[in-house]
Design a binder for this molecule. Structure first.
Ligand SMILES: Cc1cc2nc3c(=O)[nH]c(=O)nc-3n(C[C@H](O)[C@H](O)[C@H](O)COP(=O)(O)OP(=O)(O)OC[C@H]3O[C@@H](n4cnc5c(N)ncnc54)[C@H](O)[C@@H]3O)c2cc1C
Length: 382
């Protein structure tokens, strides 16, 4: 009955389902073990009528105009620029650390001199990776980098990853910038926003096509089996000759034969508060205090008008097989195991893998969408 089976109804699976159904006129069965579409980008109203991002807040941002234009097919956008502060020594300091943060944290004469030095050295408006500043031979710049690293990132990393930054692949710390301007936006991208009617509506419109059937509450292992010798795929016990697009975990697909790929999971605690707003910005990071990493007040992001507000605390911990895997742990030894699974997957001619789980890599939403669109272009030509 189906030309394509797709496992996972997050952005990776949903974009491919939409493209295959509308552009190739092929029949797709989209399978997800959760009771909703949208994967980790799902949002819903809580018992108090507050719109909450159920798996942590999601802000869409990209510099890629075609991605932005593609998504216009399914939603209008509410303009939104994300702001984050970190609680450091009793102050709430804008993140990424920028010239305003500098002026807030240090005595004015020192801050002014350092500001001038940063502008003279790197140029106004630059975003310099903290790793580069940590290696600076200039004493003041090194002092600043050490301060930001130790007070803002070190303990946050330990809470988020269970590792300090130097135990992780360099690209994690490499991504953290210090901003040589007064731009306090968390993302500098050209296109930023939130689906006007929420993420769930976006996904519903994306998947609303007669060629797409959605099967929820179903672990793919109940309906799909892989024969590791013949490299054949069976669906409901019958040989399936179409393509299987798989966006879930690769270690699970291959029965953990090379060992388990470690992830971090998050417990979200949501509190409704009887006042219109609590925080001054959407997200406050707590690198050095409390067990949670950050608290997000989603109303800033959704723009919902409501007399109450919801605060979402995030507690990161090691992921077990029963938990939702949010963050792959970027350490060399894990990437080596993933590569072994990838080789097994490549041996199946009818199997296509993608998405942050199958690739064992953190992707922002625009990257997941972009990779799915690229995969579709490749598929078209097979
Ligand atoms: C805490 C957090 C905050 C984030 N914030 C942002 C942000 O602000 N901006 C941004 O651009 N990006 C953000 N991201 C990244 C964003 O969530 C991802 O880019 C996106 O969710 C990737 O989509 P995906 O389809 O690859 O994976 P997912 O959304 O994870 O979808 C995978 C799907 O596979 C299903 N599945 C898994 N196993 C099985 C199984 N055995 N059987 C059936 N189905 C299965 C899952 O239920 C899930 O629905 C954030 C990520 C995290 C973890």
């Amino acid at each position: 009955m189906f030309d394509y089976l797709i496992v996972g109804a997050g952005f990776s699976g949903a974009v491919l389902a939409e493209r295959i159904a509308t552009q190739l006129n092929k029949r797709v069965l989209l399978i997800d073990k959760r009771n909703h579409i949208g994967g980790n980008c799902y949002d819903s109203y809580n018992k108090d009528g507050l719109l909450v991002h159920s798996y942590g807040s999601r802000v869409f941002h990209t510099n890629d105009k075609p991605i932005w234009e593609y998504l216009q097919n399914f939603t209008e956008w509410k303009t939104y620029q994300h702001k984050v502060v970190a609680s450091v020594e009793g102050m709430l300091v804008p993140i990424p650390f920028n010239l305003n943060s500098l002026a807030q944290v240090f005595p004015s004469e020192f801050a002014n001199n350092l500001t001038k030095k940063l502008i003279d050295t790197y140029g106004y408006g630059q975003r310099i990776p903290i790793l580069e500043l940590l290696n600076s031979s200039d004493e003041d710049i090194k002092f600043l980098a050490d301060f930001v690293y130790n007070k803002i990132y070190l303990n946050y990393s330990k809470k988020q990853w269970g590792h300090s930054p130097d135990e992780l692949d360099e690209y994690v710390t490499g991504r953290i910038p210090i901003v040589i301007s007064r731009d306090e936006r968390h993302y500098p991208d050209d296109y930023q926003g939130i689906p006007r009617d929420g993420y769930n509506k976006l996904f519903k419109r994306m998947l609303d096509h007669p060629n797409i059937k959605v099967l929820l509450n179903t672990d793919y292992r109940e309906v799909i089996t892989l024969n590791h010798y013949s490299k054949q795929i069976k669906f409901l016990g019958q040989l399936f000759e179409g393509k299987l697009i798989y966006t879930a975990k690769l270690d699970e697909l291959f029965d953990y034969q090379f060992g388990e790929l470690p992830y971090r999971t998050i417990d979200f605690k949501v509190h409704t508060v009887n006042q219109a707003h609590v925080q001054d910005v959407a997200t406050i990071n707590y690198p050095n205090d409390y067990a949670f990493t950050r608290v997000t007040e989603t109303k800033y992001i959704t723009g919902q008008i409501h007399p109450q507000t919801a605060l979402i605390e995030e507690y990161h911990r090691q992921c077990t097989r029963k938990d939702i895997p949010y963050y792959p742990i970027p350490k060399h030894e894990n990437l080596v195991i993933h590569e072994q699974y990838k080789e097994l997957a490549n041996n199946f001619p009818n199997l296509i893998t993608l998405g942050h789980l199958a690739d064992y890599c953190y992707y922002d939403m625009h990257v997941a969408v972009s990779m799915a669109l690229t995969k579709f272009e490749q598929l078209k030509n097979i």
